[in-house]
Design a protein around this ligand. Sequence first.
Ligand code: SF4
Ligand code: SF4
Length: 437
Amino acid sequence: MVKIPRWGTYLPETKEKTSGKLIEDASLSSEVVISLCQHIGAPCNPLVEKGDRVLVGQKIGDTEAFCSAPVHASVSGEVIAVEPRPHFTGGCLLSVVIAADGKQENVEFAGVSGKLTPQKVRCAVREAGLVGLGGAAFPTHVKLCPPEGKSIDSVIINGCECEPFITCDHRNMLEKADLLLDGLRIIMATVEAEKGYIGIEMNKLDVIRKVEELVAGEENIKVVRLDTKYPHGAEKQLIKAVLEREVPSGGLPMDVGALVHNAGTTIAISEAVREGKPLTERVLTVTGPGVKNPKNLRVKIGTPIGHLIEGCGGFEGEPGKVIMGGPMTGFAQFSLDVPVVKGTSGVVLFPRDQVEITPHGPCFRCGRCIRACPVFLVPNFIGLYVERDMIDKAEVYSVMDCIECGLCAYVCPARRPLVQYMKYAKGKIMARRKKTS
Ligand code: SF4
Ligand code: SF4
């Protein structure tokens, strides 16, 4: 029986297979596929063509749109195609395919020179192609530019990593705690926030102790120990837990003076500003009962997930499901050729005998989904409306506030695909809004 508190749930953590393992460098794959759309916002236009030689860190895609982030080559080698390739969300998107030459020659990187100013930081972060590494992939430089009239007093670093199985932030924070704090200080100075918080769940006591030791004596930075509860890492829930402020329906964290950045992103901000390092690699976790040797890996962006699974000893048992991201919010994959993108926090594998395929039944109004929903929606009613294609009604019931945490579907004894209903309704409403704007 799943224990359900008022909003959220205590999930089985299942992190023990990788939480104690050091980050390893994944081997280079012979080919990387770098999607030109790895973020929320405008996709990039290619800056290279078939036959070009590229170096690690060379910009290969960009756009003039403000809400976007450039993409860079993660290996040195030859561009062998600029064409649509499989993307983790399904379908194919325009991508630059590079055949690696194994030399890993890189362009010269240089950190920001002279005194750091907000403008220099935003520029370095944009040029490095940084996006939220927790999965949302929102361009980081945009978050560092609060619009006029909005002031931010508190920056919160999201070190919750509340998804089961995934441990990449855990290891990254432990192994690069100094960069985590440097990144936080850079963000605070850039948005002129007085206070900095690092929210970490209690299942990462080693990180908590290390970071607390590093910030001892600093008045304006505090580590906040959080209950290990899903989805504490969701932005609005984290703000509520740390600052006791409620982001209004349809609002943004900056409406309550807060700014949230993922731990991995914060480390990448430090590296981009101090060293000029573009985002060509990231740390992720390959894990689950369906893989032989689970690991935390530093991986080149664009590496096919099949290559990573091979590097972890291959499948354990007959493959059943391969999920990119965590099991609650991730996407089941249709091909092992799908490449890692900037927002990929993990690849979770399940063998066939652990994948439940049962048809869903009718709602019998047990109310479990309502009790679990962290944003206090009524998923059962919204689901019934969506099933009947009554999207207007779903909108009235605030479906746009759904954070797609997947909890309603997880707790539903009738196995109703509630989160899929929410995503479907949100997609329809967004498309309609776009059409009429
Ligand atoms: S997926 Fe949406 S509706 Fe379901 S519990 Fe999460 S926030 Fe609530
Ligand atoms: S958990 Fe499932 S069965 Fe229970 S009220 Fe929600 S949709 Fe209905």
